[in-house]
Each structure stands twice: as C-alpha cells, then as structure tokens.
Design a protein around this ligand. Structure first.
Ligand SMILES: Nc1nc2c(c(=O)[nH]1)N[C@H]1C(S)=C(S)[C@@H](COP(=O)(O)OP(=O)(O)OC[C@H]3O[C@@H](n4cnc5c(N)ncnc54)[C@H](O)[C@@H]3O)O[C@H]1N2
Ligand code: MOO
Ligand SMILES: [Mg+2]
Length: 421
C-alpha cells in the first residue's frame, strides 16, 4: 500500500507557516523607486504643512476688520501696496485699508487675516497709485490656508507596512523624504521540477509540456512584493534536485519549488526534505486544489513545496507563501483580503475538502458577485487567466446554489486581511 498522508486544516496549516519567525529588514530607496514598496517605519511629518499661512485663491490680502462697513451701496476702498505670486514674501507692513495683491500659494502678509477673491473686487488707479474696492464684509480667516492645516509636525502620516501608492509618494516628497525607509524585498528562490518541462521557446514534443508555473509564480511573487531569484528547471532526478536545492537555499530567504511533491515515483521533494533534515510542517492540507502543498522549515528558511498542477500551485502560493512575504514586508494584514460575495452560478459538486474556485468577482448594483473563471480542476491553466479572486466553498456540504452568500479572497487587492481563517 502507498503512503497515506493525514490532511490538516487550512487554518492550522497557515498558522504553522506564520509561526515561523521570519523578520523583515529595512533598506533605503530613492523616492523615485519607492512606488509599490512597503514602508518599514511609520512616516512622521517633519514640519507643519503648509509651514506658513498662505492664500488659497488669487485675490487681495487685507485685514478683515477693514471690510466691516462694506455694502453694495458703499464699497470700501483699499490702497494696493504690493503684488506677490507664489514663492514670494511681501516685505511690506499692511496697515488699515491697505491690501497686497496676492496669488494662490503665496505667503500671507503677517497683518492680514483674509483674502478677497479677484472676482469680488474692482481695481483701478488714481494719481499713479493702485486701489481696489470690495462691496462685501469679509470674516477673519476667510480664504486663508493656515499653517499646519494639512499636517502638524510630528503627526504620524502613514503607518509602517503600508504599500506606497502615488499619494504616499506625494506625502514623502512634501516632507522631504528623498530616501525612503522600505522593507527589503524578501529573496524568494524558485525551481520548477519536472522532466516533462520544456522552455517557453521550445516546440512541443510528445509527452512534454511547456513550463508555465515558473512564469505564473514569478508574477505572483512580484505582485506580493518579493524579489524573485529564478534558478531554472530541474529534471525528476533525486541527486540533481537535492544538490541544486541544497545550494540554492543558501542564497535566499525562502525557496519555492513546483512539482514533485505528491506520492508518485518521481515526486522527490518529500525525500529531499528528509535528507536535508528539514522539519516538514505539513504535507497534506484539507483543501482543493493544492492539497499536496508541503511546507518545511530548514534553519531560518522556509521551503514551499507547491504542487506541479498549475491551479494547485497558484492557490498554494497565495495561501501560504504570500502571507510570509507580506509579513517580511511589515504588513499588519498579510493575508489575502476576504470579502462576502454572492455566487452567480450553481456549484453542485460535493467535496469533503474546502474548495478555492478560481473566480471573477465583479460589482453589480453595489453587490459583489462571484463566478468561476473557468473549469475547476487543479491541472487547468485557463481558469487562472481570468481569475481576480478565489471563491471559498467550505467542504462537507452537498454543494452550492446561485444566490448563496459565500466568501472570496481578492487576488489583486493590496490591503489584505489580518487573519481570514
Ligand atoms: N496517487 C495519488 N496521486 C496523486 C495525488 C494523490 O493524493 N495520490 N494527488 C494529486 C494531486 S491533488 C495533485 S495536485 C498532483 C500533485 O502532483 P505534484 O505536486 O507531485 O506535481 P507533479 O506530479 O510533478 O506534476 C503534476 C502535474 O503538473 C504538471 N506540471 C508540473 N510542473 C509544471 C510546470 N512547471 N508548468 C506546468 N505544468 C506543470 C505536470 O506535468 C503534471 O501534469 O498529484 C496528483 N496525484
Ligand atoms: O493538490 Mo491537488 O491540486 O488538490 O488537485
Ligand atoms: Mg507528482
């Protein structure tokens, strides 16, 4: 009789992987290269922003008190004593019934407490002097963008572990972060195993297939935020695989392999883990696809033995490798984001194991709807192309009907979840 593997629950499997201590490191990158990276420290405001009171409109800076008597019948006149644009500071002292013509972004003269928009004034010259008048009463503070109204020095602006988006890049620049403290990308090694594997540029041959997992997993690693160190393909030969894997481990934080992990005669990963002396955390999980996913702990590294079947490989990566990578990127929510959705079609297949159906989620009338993105078999590649989510169908039921509320894991969402299990 062949080997029997006892499946553990998904919850337990994820916990075992996440319990392994894997620490992130900080590195500094130029703000230009910070997009898509993860902050390794809370970002603090290095000054008030704006750091001076400024005009939010093109107009005239005056003392609001001087407009008290203004009305439609009795405009109040101001002598215009200076004219400044953004970047300039007036050195004039503004007295009663005097004004500075000021453009958006320019610093408010110290004595002024409001800006009257150009559209609400009349301007003219008399005896070689510039004047303007207003027919309205203006309040102190009207049309002033005050120092610190955007952020106060010392405020926490963005928290550690946040993925840097264009808005955060604007914040970084505003506060002078030319170099940004980000999490170093975890180095994740990758081998695809299988004597049947052809390179992408090779013509098809009898019994052989093109290696698609390497490209898929590389993309998943990059989407997660890792640095991919691709070591190539390996034939199903024990010694070749053992030596290559042993050597590669030293160069990475974790190592992903695809294929050779089940109970077949040429599935050598289990024996390789044994010979290495790695501690196997589990070799069977109560899920479909990806039930054969095997994870081992070796020194301070994690070895992810993902299935060779493309869909199983994909799901195994997202459930187990993704959160470890995100943890090393300081994310407080390292798992895939989980949401509730309405199932669009019947899914009558019964299964003892929880199923992760490659799905397309979309929003209709404000509701999240999910529908399978293709055939639900673990050797299928096509369903992956259209998948933006995995629909979770817990096992032990007689199947699901259209209209049922289910949970989905969103693949393209960077926010993540804390602990979705
Ligand atoms: N007797 C049993 N047989 C199998 C079991 C089982 O429990 N008992 N589990 C099945 C399940 S479930 C899966 S999933 C697969 C897992 O197999 P392996 O992880 O050992 O992967 P391989 O056998 O190497 O390959 C499986 C399949 O995937 C193709 N493959 C492999 N690498 C790639 C690649 N880089 N790109 C594209 N496709 C790849 C390979 O040609 C095979 O068709 O085991 C079942 N069997
Ligand atoms: O690991 Mo397999 O993918 O469960 O079908
Ligand atoms: Mg196999």
């Amino acid at each position: 009789m062949g080997e029997f593997r006892k499946p553990i629950s998904i919850n337990e499997a994820v916990a075992k992987v996440m319990n392994i201590q894997m620490n992130g490191k900080t590195e500094y990158v130029s703000i230009n290269d910070s997009y898509g990276r993860f902050l390794s420290e809370d970002l603090l405001a290095t000054s008030d922003v704006p750091h001076f009171d400024r005009a939010p409109y093109d107009g005239y800076a005056v003392r609001a008190i001087d407009t008290t008597e203004a009305s439609q019948q009795h405009p109040v006149e101001f002598e215009v004593i200076d004219h400044i644009g953004a970047g300039l500071v007036s050195d004039k002292s503004v007295g009663p019934f005097q004004a500075v013509r000021i453009m958006t972004g320019a610093q408010m003269p110290g004595e002024c407490d409001c800006v009257i928009m150009l559209e609400l004034t009349s301007d003219y010259e008399r005896d070689g002097k510039a004047y303007m008048s207003t027919k309205r009463v203006h309040k102190p503070g009207e049309n002033v963008s005050f120092r610190g109204e955007d952020a106060k020095e010392g405020d926490t602006l963005v928290s550690k572990g946040t993925r840097i988006n264009p808005g955060i890049q604007a914040v970084l620049a505003t506060f002078g972060y030319a170099k940004v403290p980000v999490a170093a990308k975890p180095k994740v090694g990758l081998f695809a195993t299988g004597t049947e594997l052809l390179n992408v540029d090779e013509p098809l041959q009898p019994g052989k297939i093109r290696n698609s997992n390497s490209y898929m997993i590389s993309g998943q690693m990059k989407r997660t935020g890792a640095e991919v160190i691709y070591f190539g393909t390996l034939p199903d030969e024990f010694d070749t695989c053992f030596e290559a894997i042993k050597e590669a481990i030293e160069k990475v934080d974790m190592l992903v392999t695809t294929g050779g992990v089940s109970v077949g005669d040429f599935d050598f990963l289990p024996a390789i883990y044994e010979k290495l002396g790695a501690e196997v955390l589990f070799n069977k999980v109560g899920m479909r696809p990806g039930s054969v996913t095997t994870v081992a702990h070796y020194h301070d590294k994690i070895l992810f033995g993902l299935s060779g079947n493309p869909s199983a490989c994909y799901v195994g990566f997202e459930l187990f490798a993704r959160p470890v990578i995100r943890k090393m990127l300081f994310s407080p929510q390292p798992h895939l984001r989980k949401e509730k959705a309405i199932l669009d079609v019947d899914f009558p297949k019964a299964n003892p194991f929880t199923r992760f159906v490659r799905s397309k989620c979309f929003i209709t009338d404000g509701k999240l709807i999910t529908t399978p993105s293709g055939l639900d078999k673990s050797n299928i590649v096509m369903s992956l192309a259209g998948a933006n989510s995995l629909t979770i169908l817990p096992g032990g039921t007689r199947g699901y009907q259209a209209g049922d509320e289910v949970e989905v894991l969103l693949l393209e969402e960077h926010e993540g979840s804390q602990w979705p299990w």
